[in-house]
Design a protein. Structure first.
Length: 266
């Protein structure tokens, strides 16, 4: 299969989903009690990749619905790694790196991205990815192709910007679509078509890594894991609710007994 067909066949979060499936393949099935009490089916490695896959799927869905004037590719090979998402439209060429921050606070200070009080390399990754994409496309077309680096933080609880990075745009997943659609046009339709063609052409990207799984089989396997994770999450939630109700009833019974004793002695 040609690289162009391979790229067009890639789906959002493909590499991360494949990593989840690989991590889960080494785990023994959960026991009956573990399933009843909602123990997570994910391994430690699986949890990190699963979180990443969910973030990439969300951002990929946003990009895929930008409209016919945009061309979007997922999992573009950049050597040992892959770019989460690539897009080209009248507003320019964009390289997207995704960090899933669901439930976490995010702080940005120049080149530092802090998620849940932990330093991450998201800004560096976005900058390097944009540079590699620019180099690859410029080499393929024979003219400089500027590429905008975008770091997308998925559903953070709060974003604090002390100092914005100079060469990377940081957006939340909620801001992404409007930001792209409202950006001024810098490319002609011909430019977009040429860049789009180069983006899917054989040999444009360095050392392409073949997909470990066919997208169709990958999606099926990941959906099964996703269902198990959601089911376990619901079970844990129900146990927490049950514990709270039991605690409330215990306190209510105790108060009722104490009240009866006090009133009986008076």
């Amino acid at each position: 299969m040609s690289q162009s067909n391979d790229l067009r066949g890639r789906i959002a979060g493909q590499s991360a989903m494949a990593a989840v499936i690989e991590a889960q393949s080494h785990r023994a099935p959960r026991g009956r009690l573990a399933r009843i009490f909602g123990v997570s089916p994910l391994t430690d490695d699986g949890k990190a990749h699963y979180r990443g896959a969910v973030g990439e799927l969300l951002v990929g869905s946003i990009l895929d619905h930008l409209g016919h004037s945009w061309d979007v590719l997922h999992g573009v090979p950049l050597g040992a790694s892959a770019l989460d998402h690539f897009a080209v439209g009248r507003a320019g060429v964009f390289a997207f790196v995704v960090v899933n921050c669901q439930g976490d606070e995010v702080a940005i200070n120049s080149d530092e991205l802090i998620v849940a009080k932990n330093f991450t390399g998201g800004l560096r990754d976005a900058r390097e990815a944009a540079s590699l994409v620019s180099t690859a496309l410029s080499g393929a077309l024979g003219v400089p192709v500027p590429v905008t680096a975008v770091l997308v933080v998925v559903e953070p609880t709060k974003v604090t910007t002390v100092q914005a990075p100079v060469d990377v745009h940081v957006l939340t997943s909620m801001q992404l679509e409007q930001w792209l659609l409202s950006a001024p046009a810098v490319l002609s339709g011909v430019d977009v078509a040429e860049i789009s063609g180069a983006a899917e052409a054989n040999g444009t990207w360095p050392h392409p890594q073949p997909a470990a799984y066919k997208a169709r089989h990958l999606t099926r396997a990941f959906v099964r894991i996703h269902h198990e994770v959601r089911s376990a999450t619901v079970r844990r939630f129900l146990w927490v609710v049950a514990a709270l109700i039991a605690t409330f009833l215990s306190v209510w019974v105790l108060v009722s007994i104490l009240t009866s004793v006090v009133m009986g002695s008076s």
